[in-house]
Design a protein around this ligand. Structure first.
Ligand code: ADE
Length: 253
C-alpha cells in the first residue's frame, strides 16, 4: 500500500515510521510512506499555506490551492487513475474512525492523508478533493497529524504479513466485536497478586473458554453497547443473562 501524507509539519512523522510495526511494514515493502510539506506547494513569496477565514472569526484556515496542487502533482508523478486513490481529510467533523473503517482502508492500494491545522482546511478541499473525512474521536486536536498516525497504525497492522502471527489479530479488541480479555506474563506472583490459576493450567480449551468469558464480562462492564452487535452462542447468552442478574444484585465488582 502506498501512503502519502500532506502536512505542514513533516517533522512529526520522522520518528514513528522508524519504529515497531511501521518500520517492519516498510522494510517488508508492505507499505511505502511518503511525507509532503504542503508549504512546498505554495507559489507566493511568503509561502503562505493558510489565510484568514471569510466571514471573520478566530484562527486561520489552510488554503485550498497548495493542497489541490500537491494531490495533482502526486497523481501526475505516479500515473495514478483517479479512482485508485482514497483521499482522507482528517477532521473532527469526519466519520468516526473504528476497526471496521480500518479494515475497509486496509484493502486500498493508495491512501492520501490530509492533515489540517489551525481552524481546519478550506471546505472545498473536503468537498471536491477528499473522498473521505475521518475523525478519530469526539475531541479537537491541534492538528490532523496524530490522527493520521492513528489511522495509519490501525490500518497497517491489518495488512497481511505485517504482524508476526495472524492469531494476534483475531484476539484483538473489536476484531470479534468484544473487548480483549486480560493478559498476563511472568512472574506468576507479583506483589502478592496472582495470575489466574486457569492460565497456568496448560488446558487450552479451558483457557480459551475463560478468555471468551472474560471478554464478554469486560465488554458488558465497560462497553455494553458493543454487545448488541456480537454473535453469541446460546451458552454465552445464558452467561450474559447470569452476569446481568448478578449485576442487578450488585455482585459484579
Ligand atoms: N483534527 C483535529 N481534531 C481531529 C480529530 N478529532 N480527528 C481527526 N482529525 C482532527
Amino acid at each position: 500500500m502506498r501512503i502519502d501524507i500532506l502536512t505542514l509539519f513533516p517533522q512529526v512523522f520522522e520518528l514513528p515510521f522508524k519504529i515497531g510495526i511501521f518500520q517492519r511494514a516498510i522494510d517488508r515493502k508492505l507499505i511505502d510512506v511518503n511525507i509532503h510539506n504542503i508549504r512546498d506547494y505554495t507559489h507566493d513569496k511568503h509561502h503562505m499555506a493558510d489565510d484568514y477565514p471569510y466571514g471573520g472569526g478566530a484562527g486561520m484556515v489552510l488554503k485550498p490551492e497548495p493542497i489541490f496542487r500537491a494531490v495533482d502533482d502526486l497523481k501526475k508523478k505516479m500515473d495514478i487513475v483517479e479512482e485508485e486513490s482514497t483521499i482522507i481529510s482528517l477532521t473532527p467533523q469526519g466519520r468516526l474512525f473504528c476497526q471496521a473503517i480500518a479494515q475497509e482502508l486496509s484493502f486500498k492500494n493508495h491512501l492520501i492523508l490530509i492533515c489540517g491545522h489551525y481552524e481546519g482546511v478550506d471546505e472545498r478541499v473536503n468537498q471536491y478533493l477528499a473522498t473521505d473525512e475521518i475523525s478519530i474521536g469526539d475531541y479537537v486536536l491541534s492538528g490532523g497529524e496524530p490522527a493520521a498516525l492513528v489511522v495509519i497504525d490501525a490500518v497497517t497492522r491489518l495488512i497481511p504479513g505485517v504482524l508476526g502471527s495472524s492469531d494476534s489479530l483475531e484476539d484483538d479488541s473489536y476484531t470479534n466485536g468484544l473487548l480483549e480479555y486480560p493478559q498476563y506474563t511472568r512472574p506468576a506472583v507479583f506483589r502478592e497478586w496472582q495470575v489466574p490459576d486457569i492460565l497456568l493450567s496448560g488446558n487450552h480449551a479451558h483457557v480459551a473458554k475463560w478468555r471468551r468469558q472474560q471478554s464478554i464480562l469486560r465488554t458488558l462492564k465497560r462497553r455494553p453497547e458493543l454487545l448488541d452487535k456480537v454473535k453469541l452462542n446460546s451458552k454465552e447468552k445464558q452467561y450474559i443473562n447470569r452476569l446481568l442478574i448478578d449485576q442487578s444484585e450488585e455482585k459484579l465488582d
